[in-house]
Ligand binder design. Structure first.
Ligand SMILES: [Mg+2]
Length: 281
C-alpha cells in the first residue's frame, strides 16, 4: 500500500463518534455551539406506542447540563407538540420546537406560532375526527393529535386491515387541500400545507435569537426524511449534520451514527470536553 494511503487510514478514527469529534476538535475549543436534536428515533428509541418512548432521567440531565454551559445552546426539534416536549425536557434551559417548529418556545419563555398553522387547525380537527375510527380495537391504528399536525401510525394494524387505513388516508387527502400528507415508513404525518420544514425551524430559532446565536456553530442530529431539510440548513451554515439509525433514504447528512446510544455517547463527550475547557478558563 502507498504510504500516503496508510497515513490517511491511520488519521481516520474507526469509531464514528471519534470521527465526528475529530472533525470539530477546533470548534469545540473556540466556538459557541447550537445543538439541534430530533426526539423520536434520534434521542429516544422508537417504541410500539409513542407514549412508551420515554426520555429517561440520564438523558434529561445530559441535555440540561449541556445547555447550562455558558456557550452551548440546545434545541429539540420534533413532530411532537410543545405541550408534550415540556413534559420531557428542561424547558427553562432548552429551545423547544414542536410540530416541526410550527411552534417554538425559547428558554426565556417566548412563544411563536406560525400563523398558517393556526389557520389549519379547523381542518386538522375535522381530519382527526374522521381518522378516529381507525383506532378501534379491531383496526388498532395509533392516532396522535399534536395540535398543529397529526400522526397516524399503522405498524400496529393487523396486515388484513392495512389496506383500509391506506384507502381512508387517500380519501381524506382529497377532502383537505390545506393539509399536506407525508407517507413515512410506518406512519402518515398530516401537517399544514405550507413551505415549512425542520430547516425552517432552525432558521427561525437563529433569527429569533440573532444576538446570541449569530456565530454559533450548528450541529443537528435526526433519524428520518423529515430531518433532511435540517441537515441541509446546517450544511449550508458550515455546521455538521448527523443521521442516526438505519433508516433507508437518500441523505445529505455528513455523518452517520448507528443508534440513539451512539448519539448519547457523542453528546456526553461534547459535554465533558466543554466542561473541561470551561474549568481551565
Ligand atoms: Mg425522528
Amino acid at each position: 500500500m502507498h504510504s500516503a494511503e496508510t497515513a490517511l487510514l491511520v488519521e481516520q478514527p474507526e469509531n464514528p463518534v471519534d470521527r465526528i469529534l475529530q472533525s470539530i476538535e477546533a470548534v469545540l475549543q473556540t466556538r459557541k455551539l447550537f445543538i439541534g436534536l430530533d426526539r423520536d428515533g434520534t434521542l429516544v428509541p422508537y417504541a410500539d406506542r409513542p407514549e412508551e418512548a420515554r426520555v429517561d432521567a440520564d438523558l434529561y440531565a445530559l441535555l440540561s447540563n449541556l445547555s447550562k454551559l455558558p456557550a452551548v445552546r440546545v434545541g429539540i426539534i420534533s413532530a411532537r407538540s410543545i405541550a408534550q416536549l415540556r413534559g420531557d425536557f428542561d424547558s427553562k434551559k432548552l429551545f423547544l420546537a414542536g410540530n416541526y417548529g410550527l411552534e417554538i418556545c425559547s428558554p426565556k419563555g417566548e412563544f411563536l406560532i406560525q400563523p398558517m398553522a393556526l389557520d389549519a387547525v379547523p381542518s386538522l380537527k375535522e381530519m382527526r375526527d374522521r381518522l378516529a375510527p381507525l383506532t378501534s380495537p379491531r383496526i388498532n391504528a395509533v392516532l396522535e393529535d399534536h395540535g398543529y399536525s397529526l400522526c397516524l401510525h399503522w405498524h400496529t394494524v393487523v396486515v388484513e386491515e392495512r389496506d383500509l387505513v391506506h384507502q381512508k388516508v387517500t380519501e381524506l387527502k382529497e377532502h383537505f387541500p390545506l393539509i399536506e400528507t407525508l407517507a413515512m415508513a410506518t406512519s402518515y404525518e398530516f401537517k399544514p400545507r405550507m413551505l415549512w420544514s425542520k430547516g425552517s425551524a432552525l432558521r427561525q430559532i437563529y433569527m429569533q435569537e440573532q444576538a446570541d446565536l449569530a456565530n454559533a456553530f450548528p450541529i443537528y442530529a435526526g433519524d428520518s426524511e423529515a430531518d433532511e431539510p435540517a441537515f441541509d440548513w446546517v450544511n449550508d451554515h458550515g455546521g455538521i449534520s448527523i443521521k442516526v439509525g438505519a433508516g433507508v433514504f437518500k441523505t445529505c447528512s455528513k455523518y452517520q451514527l448507528a443508534d440513539t446510544s451512539e448519539l448519547r455517547k457523542l453528546l456526553t463527550r461534547i459535554l465533558s470536553i466543554r466542561q473541561h475547557k470551561d474549568d481551565k478558563a
